[in-house]
Every structure is written in structure tokens, then in C-alpha cells.
Design a protein around this ligand. Structure first.
Ligand SMILES: NC(=O)c1ccc[n+]([C@@H]2O[C@H](COP(=O)([O-])OP(=O)(O)OC[C@H]3O[C@@H](n4cnc5c(N)ncnc54)[C@H](O)[C@@H]3O)[C@@H](O)[C@H]2O)c1
Length: 414
């Protein structure tokens, strides 16, 4: 974060905190009351979430806000009857709104997070919770001071695989887990870069509020490529660590009840996608945790054979969660969760297969809006997983192992 961006964020945070002190208590909804929802940022992910929210019974999507006219038009086609705004503050002014879904680009999450809480609405905020460590500290503190229900878009926190893994660990089947291996791999046809989106012809300065998108970043002429492909650039993104590692690290942290890491290393580079992007496509992360656990995560955009997965290595057993691996015989891909005993310590142990079903992550948020309970991906796991991601990126950009204290003290780079 540049000094200016940081100062601007802290100023906004102070305004948000003042507004929070004045914000009205959440309306108490009965079990059968209709929940009225709005959405900020309805791009690729926002459209998926819009479809999801329309499926949840007794919920009404009332309004959306987006800085790009094309997105507003597309949302209105999907949900006729909604109001559309080009400024998220107009949406938050609506008095009869219970909850707000934020699916804007990463570098604007903190602003939309703070503004939503200050407006007295419950919040579903896409992952990663924020773009930087100072922002995530501020958002955590703000959420804790309020009585709003906050769900982070870490949907694997609602997965059956996590429920089964937690149970097996609690039952002692894995013994002492000292090491976790995790990975995520993708590939694209030659000549087509991972994540690269075509710029639509109507993506012009007239149809986009570029200043609102920049959110305090240095002002410059409209850059449609960066507006559409913000994921590729550090000033808006944290690369694949904030896009995908965060999901798996949250899952691992919850499975093992881990706090934030004590130290992180990250190596890799731009090895396969040489298209002008700044964020690495090939990554190896090591995260050290205080409870005698080390976690590795590796990722490539050059080969998808091994899909995505986590292996928890314990003295008494191994837990293996796999998604999207290509089966060598059938060519099919799927999800599986298995437990394998370590015969040296559990000679009578038998292999197990995970059976629990996934919960609907969006419906879980809506249930909690009614019951005022804590959702599956609460603000604490949003915080801890964001800290792990930002520590890894700090280590990569500083080219050294960083401790939690070093990462917190570092001025985020743009
Ligand atoms: N949970 C998941 O599995 C998952 C999957 C994909 C993406 N995501 C997350 O969702 C978020 C959005 O990703 P995406 O791929 O949809 O990006 P996107 O660029 O397709 O969509 C972002 C939308 O936000 C709008 N926007 C930009 N600035 C705005 C502002 N100031 N106010 C209101 N709207 C604004 C853009 O016009 C665009 O429509 C990211 O944080 C991403 O990491 C989560």
C-alpha cells in the first residue's frame, strides 16, 4: 500500500468507525420473514452468487450496485424488478435491506465491507476478505464491535469434507498431525492465458466509473484491460494465493484449529503465462504454525493432472481430500475424502470414506441472518486465512522468509 493509499484507507476506516457507533441495531427477523438482499459488484462471481441467492427460499434480491453499465443490465435481465445503482452508497442507503453480498474486486473489499457494516446491514463478503493486512485488521475489529452477521465467501467451510475431517481428527484417528501438503493445478490451451478475459467493446470510460474502481490508487486514464483483468496486477490482486490458496488454507486451518501462521516462505515466478501479468503462475508456499505443524501449498497453471487437494499426515493416519483429479483409467474427475490408518500405530484401524454432504453456504448465511447465529465461514476464519495469504505474498515480494510480525510491519507494496 502506498503511503497515500494507506492514509486514505485509515481515514475512511475512521469515518466508518464513527458511522458504526451511530448505526441502527439489526432488524430482528422471524423464521418465516422474507430476507431482503442487495449485491455490490455483479461480475463473473457476482452472477454465480446472484443465481445462488435466487434459489434460497424466502429471500428477495432487491437491488444491485455496479460501476459498469453492462453488469447492471445483465443483472437486471437475470432478476427483473431489481433496482440498479452505479454507486454502492445508494444501495446501502436503502432502509429495507437486511443483507448485502460483496463480490467486487479484491482491492475494494475492505471499503465495501466497512461501508456495509456501518450501514447496519449483514454481510456476505467474497474471499479473500481484504487486499492487505492493515485492511483485514480493521475489518475484523469493525465486525467484532458490531452485531452484524458476517459470512466470508470461503464456501469450503460449509463442505462435508471439512465436517468429516474435523470429526476424524477429534476422534483421534490421525494422531498427531505435523505436516499438511496441499496443491492446486490448472491448465489452458496454448496461447490462452489462465484468467485472461476479453475486453467487451462497450467497456469504455463512458460506461465505467473508473475512479470508483481505482479506489484511491493513483489516478490515470481509463485502462479497460486492467479493469477487466484486475486479477493479474498487484495493485488490485494478490494473485493465486488470494484467489485459491485462501480457500484451502482456511479449510486446513479450520480442520486443525490453527491460528494464523508464525512464518511464511514463497517461491515461484511467472513461468508459463508470459503475457505482461505481475502475479506469479507457479508457486510454492510454506507456512509454519505454532502447534508443531508445517503446511505447504503449491500451484501451477501449466498442468492440471493432479487437480486440487490436501493431505494431512498424522502419526496414526492420513486424511486425503482430492478434487478434480483426472482418473487415469476413466478420464473422469471428481471429489473424494479418505482416511488411511498408519498400521504402525493403529494396527486394527480401517480405511474410511467421507460421507457428509455439503451445506449450502449462501443458505447458511441467510439462516444466520434470521437466527443471529455465527455462519460457517465467520469473520475470524476470513481474517486468519487472509493473514496467511498476505504473509505468503509478502515473503514472495520481499524474497525472504517473513514472520507474522514482519508481515504486519511491512508496508504493502503496489
Ligand atoms: N468464492 C469463490 O469461489 C470465488 C470464485 C470466483 C471469484 N471470487 C471472488 O469474487 C470477487 C470478484 O471476482 P470476479 O471474478 O467476479 O471479478 P469481476 O471483475 O468479474 O467482477 C467484479 C465486479 O465488480 C464491479 N466493480 C468494480 N469496482 C466496483 C465498485 N467500486 N463498486 C461496485 N462494483 C464494482 C465490476 O464492474 C465487476 O462487475 C473476487 O474477490 C474473487 O476473488 C470468489
Amino acid at each position: 500500500m502506498t503511503t497515500n493509499t494507506r492514509r486514505e484507507f485509515l481515514k475512511q476506516a475512521a469515518i466508518g468507525a464513527a458511522a458504526l457507533a451511530a448505526c441502527p441495531p439489526a432488524t430482528v427477523l422471524g423464521a418465516n420473514d422474507r430476507v431482503r438482499v442487495g449485491m455490490i459488484g455483479v461480475g463473473g462471481r457476482g452472477e454465480e452468487l446472484l443465481k445462488e441467492i435466487l434459489q434460497v427460499p424466502n429471500v428477495q434480491l432487491v437491488a444491485i450496485a455496479d460501476v459498469y453499465s453492462r453488469r447492471r443490465d445483465a443483472a437486471k435481465q437475470m432478476a427483473p424488478g431489481i433496482q440498479t445503482f452505479d454507486d454502492h452508497r445508494r444501495l446501502l442507503d436503502m432502509k429495507d435491506l437486511d443483507g448485502v453480498i460483496v463480490a467486487s474486486p479484491l482491492h475494494i473489499h475492505a471499503k465495501h465491507f466497512m461501508d456495509t457494516i456501518a450501514a447496519g446491514k449483514d454481510l456476505y463478503c467474497e474471499k479473500t476478505m481484504t487486499w492487505s493486512i492493515p485492511e483485514v485488521e480493521e475489518c475484523l475489529a469493525t465486525a467484532k464491535k458490531s452485531d452484524r452477521v458476517v459470512q466470508v465467501g470461503l464456501q469450503h467451510e460449509s463442505s462435508g469434507s471439512l465436517a468429516d475431517t474435523r470429526k476424524w481428527i477429534k476422534d483421534g484417528l490421525a494422531g498427531k498431525i505435523t505436516q499438511v501438503e496441499s496443491w492446486m493445478s490448472r491448465n489452458t490451451p496454448h496461447g490462452k492465458g489462465q484468467w485472461v478475459r476479453q475486453v467487451p467493446s462497450d467497456c469504455t470510460a463512458q460506461n465505467v466509473d473508473w475512479k470508483a474502481f481505482l479506489n484511491g490508487r493513483p489516478d490515470r486514464g481509463f485502462d479497460p484491460y486492467k479493469f477487466i483483468n484486475w486479477r493479474l496486477f498487484w495493485e488490485f490482486s494478490g494473485g493465486n494465493v488470494t484467489e485459491n490458496m485462501v480457500h484451502q488454507i482456511a479449510w486446513i486451518q479450520t480442520a486443525l484449529d490453527l491460528p494464523e501462521p508464525t512464518a511464511a516462505c514463497m517461491s515461484g515466478g511467472i513461468f508459463s503465462e508470459k503475457d505482461g501479468r505481475e502475479v506469479p503462475d507457479t508457486i510454492v508456499v510454506t507456512l509454519e504454525y505454532p502447534q508443531d505443524v508445517v503446511v505447504t501449498w503449491q500451484s501451477t497453471f501449466n498442468n492440471k493432472h493432479y487437480g486440487l487437494g490436501e493431505r494431512l499426515l498424522g502419526s496414526d493416519g492420513t486424511i486425503e481430500h482430492i478434487m478434480g483429479v483426472t482418473d487415469m483409467v476413466t478420464g473422469r474427475s471428481g471429489e473424494s475424502l479418505h482416511y488411511y490408518p498408519e498400521k504402525v500405530n493403529r494396527p486394527e484401524g480401517v480405511a474410511l470414506t467421507g460421507e457428509s454432504k455439503n451445506q449450502n453456504h449462501m443458505a447458511n448465511w441467510i439462516d444466520c441472518i434470521r437466527s443471529r447465529q455465527t455462519p460457517n465461514a465467520n469473520v475470524e476464519i476470513g481474517y486468519r486465512s487472509a493473514i496467511a495469504a498476505h504473509m505468503a505474498n509478502t515473503a514472495y515480494r520481499q524474497k525472504q522468509r517473513v514472520t507474522l510480525e514482519m508481515a504486519k510491519a511491512a508496508v504493502s507494496q503496489i
